[in-house]
Ligand binder design. Structure first.
Ligand SMILES: Nc1ncnc2c1ncn2[C@@H]1O[C@H](COP(=O)(O)OP(=O)(O)OC[C@H]2O[C@@H]([n+]3cccc(C(=O)O)c3)[C@H](O)[C@@H]2O)[C@@H](O)[C@H]1O
Ligand SMILES: Nc1ncnc2c1ncn2[C@@H]1O[C@H](COP(=O)(O)OP(=O)(O)OP(=O)(O)O)[C@@H](O)[C@H]1O
Ligand SMILES: [Mg+2]
Length: 250
């Protein structure tokens, strides 16, 4: 594990240097993936790394696991409460649509959830621009494969050091990095609405997706779910589609 961590730390250092940047920033949620990235960027850039805690609907100090994560990693951090920004933007969008068109109640929950993720992305890029840092994402292999992230939200980053790791490997790395035990044991959640868990929403467990990605045989029903999620989310792993050049003379 030590070699793998060293490899990722060196990879981060090289990518940041090649970009002409000074360091790295990550959003820290109190979950496993961002805890690992927080520790990696602290190792790579001891004096040029930043964690950002961005609650919506809570105070920064109430994000106990996130605060514990940055404190244990000795990572410099900034808290920004995005509650007011989120509520204002959500209300303005909803009122404008209601005035000029039709608000679709069924899409409200997911639309609001993705708005939170994209607001965090905005804050991270503003931080990165201020400090001349790169934004480091926290996507792991099962999330990337199934498209379980908000396009241009938490899916928007300059570097993705965990993209090749199964959830189990991320957990092992977290143990090696001495991430707080409470963070390692929390059920993975996007926390975009009350009671949301990744596995509840995906309909399949990370253990099963990990096994699928390792090439092991899994239940046919689970395989179908995973392959469907992968196919439906193809657009999230590609650049936006562009038309072929308009043929000359037509
Ligand atoms: N075929 C296609 N080609 C090109 N673009 C396509 C498209 N289909 C949809 N789109 C576009 O993509 C949009 C839908 O994608 P998106 O906005 O991402 O939304 P969507 O995939 O519907 O939702 C995001 C999912 O990721 C989960 N999530 C989000 C954030 C964090 C975490 C976490 O684990 O922490 C999880 C969230 O709970 C939810 O299940 C559409 O509104 C449309 O604009
Ligand atoms: N309250 C928050 N403050 C700062 N960043 C956040 C917050 N909530 C989500 N994020 C960012 O969005 C990312 C995606 O969330 P996701 O739930 O996939 O990862 P995680 O919380 O780090 O780990 P887990 O999947 O185990 O919950 C987080 O890693 C983090 O970078
Ligand atoms: Mg989480």
């Amino acid at each position: 594990m030590r070699e793998h961590v060293d490899y990722l730390v060196e990879w981060l250092e090289k990518r940041v240097k090649d970009a002409g940047a000074k360091g790295a920033v990550v959003g820290v949620s109190g979950g496993l993936d961002s805890a690992v990235v927080a520790n990696l960027i602290k190792r790579a850039f001891p004096n040029d790394s930043l964690g950002v805690i961005m609650p919506v609907g809570q105070q920064v100090e109430d994000q106990v696991e996130a605060v514990d994560t940055v404190e244990k990693a000795d990572l410099f951090y900034i808290g920004i409460n995005l509650t007011d920004a989120y509520q204002k933007l959500f209300k303005d969008i909803k009122e404008s649509i209601e005035t000029h068109g039709e608000w679709v109640e069924d899409n409200e929950l997911l639309g609001g959830a993705n708005l939170k993720a994209r607001l965090r992305m905005n804050a991270l890029y503003a931080m990165a621009a201020n400090y001349n840092y790169l934004v480091v994402g926290t996507g792991n292999a099962p999330e990337t494969y199934t498209g379980y992230f908000t396009k241009f939200g938490d899916g928007a980053a300059d570097l993705e050091p965990l993209a090749h790791l199964t959830k189990e490997q991320v957990r092992e790395m977290a143990r090696f990095l001495e991430v707080p035990e409470a963070v390692i044991e929390r059920p993975p959640s996007a926390e975009l609405w009350e009671g949301q868990t990744d596995e509840g929403e995906l309909g399949v467990s990370y253990d099963t997706i990990d096994a699928y990605l390792r090439g092991e045989s899994i239940d046919e029903k689970d395989k179908q779910i995973i392959e469907e999620l992968h196919e439906k989310s193809k657009h999230k792993r590609q650049m936006p589609a562009v038309p072929q050049e308009f043929p000359k003379g037509e």
